[in-house]
Design a protein around this ligand. Sequence first.
Ligand SMILES: Cc1cc2nc3c(=O)[nH]c(=O)nc-3n(C[C@H](O)[C@H](O)[C@H](O)COP(=O)(O)OP(=O)(O)OC[C@H]3O[C@@H](n4cnc5c(N)ncnc54)[C@H](O)[C@@H]3O)c2cc1C
Ligand code: FES
Length: 299
Amino acid sequence: MSLPEGAVVTHPGYEIVARQDFSDTTYLLEFQHPMMARAAKAGQFVIVMANEAGERIPLTIADFDRARGTITLVIQAVGKTTREMQQECRVGSRLHAVVGPMGIPTHIGTSKKVVCVGGGLGVAPIYPQARAHKQNGAYVIGILGFRNKALMFWEDKFRACCDELIICTDDGSAGIKGLVTAGISQSLEKHADIDEVVAIGPPVMMKGCAAATRERGVKTMVSLNPVMVDGTGMCGGCRVKVGDKVLFACVDGPDFDGHQVDFDDLMHRLKRYVPSEKQALERWQESCRIRGDAAMTQV
Ligand SMILES: Cc1cc2nc3c(=O)[nH]c(=O)nc-3n(C[C@H](O)[C@H](O)[C@H](O)COP(=O)(O)OP(=O)(O)OC[C@H]3O[C@@H](n4cnc5c(N)ncnc54)[C@H](O)[C@@H]3O)c2cc1C
Ligand code: FES
């Protein structure tokens, strides 16, 4: 059936059904998307456009509920788009567009004893992997690292799927005082039969985790977060060096062998866009200030 001349097709978007604020900067959004919830697997991500004029940003599927038909994201407000979403995304509002699930799902395999390490925001994306390993019959050791106790989230969800849980905080306000690498050393000392370590967090943390397991030769997988543009393997924006290969995180990953990843190159590439990201944030903050002023004048 053809549309009448001048007709505009509007997409209703995806309704946000839950929101939780874990801290001043970290928030959870759960949105309705039954088809995606049916297809989603641990380790995959989506590309979200929060509003019609918004930037497309990649976000990991932190949880999915096939029965309720929902997808959960946990987001850290670091720049223009993630802060704008923090302001605008409320229960009942809609995400303009969501593409996914994207990326190769985590290979769950046959590992019998797995350590799942999440640092800061990385705690959210490691959760579906910990749950998938548990459902696959593995003995799961969770290691969660936060700067301090106030920033902790999802301890209960991890307790439900981990056989052991180690909390690490930089200041010692909860669990052991130290970095997640201290938790890894503790686990490696206690268990000689760990098959695999999976680590998600800032690149410097994943680099440290890979270094902590290298000597013992324990398989270590990491999930990389280079800047992504199209997410389809076309633009080359997300290329990463893994061993002697150049791979694209969006289609070849985002999970890679941590012992092969060139983390220094990744960290160097992540810094390349800092000046334009700073400019975008300043422009947005200025427009918010002007809108606020305008609103005040109208009162
Ligand atoms: C596979 C993948 C999964 C991710 N999952 C999550 C998640 O679950 N939760 C979360 O909070 N963040 C996640 N990120 C990072 C998130 O995409 C960026 O924080 C976001 O794009 C920043 O946009 P901004 O405008 O708020 O900040 P900007 O000021 O534009 O950028 C801040 C920093 O975010 C990173 N970044 C910026 N643009 C992109 C981009 N297009 N692609 C990737 N990184 C970018 C850069 O390191 C940059 O320095 C993920 C990134 C990737 C690649
Ligand atoms: S984001 Fe363009 S190739 Fe991966």
